[in-house]
Design a protein around this ligand. Sequence first.
Ligand SMILES: [Zn+2]
Length: 138
Amino acid sequence: MEMRQFREVAERLRVAGIPVTLQRLEVARVLLTRPVHMSADQILERVRETTPETSRATVYNTLKLFREKNLVRELIVDPERTFYDSNTAPHYHLYDVTTGKLSDVSADELTVVGMPKLPPGVDLEEVDVIIRVRSRSA
Ligand SMILES: [Zn+2]
C-alpha cells in the first residue's frame, strides 16, 4: 500500500473509532479509497492479493464493523447479493438484473415524494431505492 493511502485509511478508521489492524487497513484500502460497490467475496479476493492469509470471517467481521460505524452502506439487492457501497452520501441505485451491474443514481435525479407516517418512537434512518432493469432480449 502506498504510504499516503495508508495514512489516509488509518486516519479514517481512527476517526471512526475503529482500532487499526493490518487486515482492517487492507479491507479499507480495497473499499474506502474510491467509490465502489463490491460484494464481500470480491473484497476478500482483492484483500488476499496482498494479504493471502486473510480469512473470510475476518473480512465479514470487518465489514460489519465498518457498517456499524457508517463507513460503508450495505445494499441487499436480492437475497443472494449484498453489496458494500463506499459512497455514504445520499444516493440511489440502478441494478441490472441481467448483468448484475449496480450503478449510482444521484439524489437529484430521483425525488422521493412524501413519506408514510412513521410509527411512534422511531426516527427515519434512510430511504433506499433500487431501480431494477432487465436487458431487452433482441
Ligand atoms: Zn452507491
